[in-house]
Write a protein of this length. Structure first.
Length: 73
């Protein structure tokens, strides 16, 4: 059985750099962040969001995190 939801995990910058193959495949870009394709060690594909420091907005980030971490997302 595939687990649909697990607790969030923090990754180091080096782990993120490795899982995105040095940020090789950009999948989106907006005014506050850039999205990259990545792959976990388990083989699961993920989207990695790298935000720009000047656009730090904790309330918006919290809402986005809740959306993408939801088991129904």
């Amino acid at each position: 059985m595939v687990e649909l939801y697990s607790e969030p995990r923090r990754y180091t910058f080096l782990e993120v750099k490795d899982m995105t193959d040095n940020f090789a495949k950009k999948i989106g870009e907006g005014p506050s962040a850039t999205g990259y394709h990545g792959k976990l060690l388990t083989g699961q594909e993920v989207a990695v969001k790298v935000r720009r420091p000047l656009f730090h907005n904790p309330a918006r980030e919290c809402a986005e995190f809740k959306t993408v971490s939801s088991p129904n997302a």
